[in-house]
Design a protein. Structure first.
Length: 388
């Protein structure tokens, strides 16, 4: 009997007791893997296609790879993806998955159809360490980084969920946004490898314009990102000055707005094409939604090629913030439009299934217990203690 191995979902390194999970290998690492087995490098392309374009979970279906090679691969490798513990569909077509990761924690992934586009919102970490004051993921604290297999696994699972048996896969996912749980730039290497798979011709084949990384502004990592990828960039700004941003997005105390904008300009200047940064601005009543703040925002962004996406705050229990009225949101938008900016308002999608921005918490407790937990966390925060 062959020794029983468990699949190494996380790491992409092989070790004596664990198999390599091929789901998490970037195109380059897949090539290295096949070369290390003494196989031709083009096998990597075949394997990527099987896994990411047909959703193969088993080496036996890979009929263009010889049986001898398949047996060799099976000895040392496996294909393992996150387990879906919950899937729900919203009235508006939004689909949400709760997926269980190794160690028992869960993360959330959301699919949002809109016209001929289908956008998948992917998580990069379990929880988040950056503790933005209006974000439920931040309130949850940080648990751990997701591995490449766990990040791309969300795309794998989502794409598979739309498959119709016996039919060729339809391209339902046209865009990916790294806007789920976590701060992607705090999990740099894994996110970069996963995005390489999203864009690879043998995997998900998305154009660099249709893969967007959203960050709260980890400035040194933005400079590094410019050297290794050319995906689109979204910046979670949320405030037009450092005083307010320090309060809403604490990482601003380390990397203030001016430095962030310079890092964005550097990123754009490294792109081979002409693109704009998306500025995300979550609007909270009487916090950052006044006309004076719109004026300040228009001034602060003047030197940056950008479009502005206004996100009316999505409430969660004990957040302490309110969503502004539509009138206030429109007034803010109209002012910025008059100033020459392209401004969109993000429509709330999937809120009947708690799938809207900032509502992703990734725990599988029932809602009542979840609410209690928020209230408790908030109390701890207000007392100034360090929640554990
Ligand atoms: N960490 C990254 C990506 C994940 S958050 C970032 O901060 O950019 C994705 C987007 O949702 C960010 O713009 C974030 O500020 C916003 N967001 C977080 N909580 C929200 C809430 N309660 N309502 C509306 N938007 C929220
Ligand atoms: Fe983290 Fe982004 Fe939430 Fe801030 S908004 S706590 S960076 S996930």
């Amino acid at each position: 009997m062959p020794p029983s191995f468990s699949c190494n979902v996380g790491d992409t390194m092989t070790n004596p007791s664990q198999k390599m999970n091929l789901l998490g290998l970037s195109p380059e690492k897949m090539k290295d893997f096949f070369v290390s087995l003494g196989e031709k490098p083009f096998r990597a392309q075949q394997m990527l296609k099987w896994i990411h374009q047909t959703g193969a979970e088993d080496f036996d279906v890979m009929t263009n790879i010889s049986k001898a090679s398949r047996d060799k691969i099976r000895e040392v490798a496996c294909i393992e993806y996150p387990e879906v513990i919950y899937q729900s569909d919203s009235k508006d077509g939004t689909r949400k998955w709760v997926m269980k990761m190794h160690g028992g924690s869960a993360i959330e992934t959301v699919y949002i159809p809109e016209g001929d586009r289908g956008t998948l919102c992917v998580s990069s970490q379990i929880g988040c360490s950056l503790d933005c004051s209006f974000c439920s993921t931040g309130k949850q604290g940080f648990n751990r980084d997701l591995t490449v297999a766990e990040i791309i696994g969300q795309v794998f699972v989502a794409a598979k969920s739309f498959d119709v048996p016996g039919e060729k896969r339809e391209r339902k996912i046209t865009n990916v946004v790294m806007m789920g749980m976590g701060e992607p730039l705090m999990n740099f290497d894994n996110v970069v490898d996963a995005m390489a798979l999203m864009m690879d011709d043998n995997a998900y084949c998305l154009s660099k314009r249709r893969v967007t990384l959203s960050t709260s502004g980890v400035v040194p990592a933005l400079y590094e990102l410019a050297k290794v990828t050319d995906v689109s960039l979204a910046i979670s700004l949320h405030a037009p000055n450092d005083t307010l941003r320090n309060e809403l997005v604490p990482i601003n105390r380390k990397y203030p707005i001016k430095e962030l904008i310079a890092a964005c300009q550097n990123y754009l200047s490294n792109l081979p094409d002409k693109r704009k940064i998306t500025i995300e601005y979550t609007m909270m009543e009487d916090v950052n939604d006044s006309l004076e703040q719109a004026k300040e925002l228009a001034d602060v962004l003047r030197e940056l090629p950008c479009k502005i996406n206004l996100i009316p705050f999505n409430p969660f229990p004990a957040s302490g913030y309110k969503r502004p009225s539509n009138n206030r949101v429109y007034r803010f938008r109209d002012f910025l439009t008059e100033q020459g900016y392209v401004v969109t308002i993000r429509s709330t999608r999937g809120d009947d299934i708690d799938a809207a921005c900032g509502q992703l918490v990734g725990n599988v407790e029932d809602k009542t217990r979840r609410n209690e937990r928020y209230i408790k966390l908030r109390e701890i925060h207000e007392q100034g203690a360090n929640p554990t």
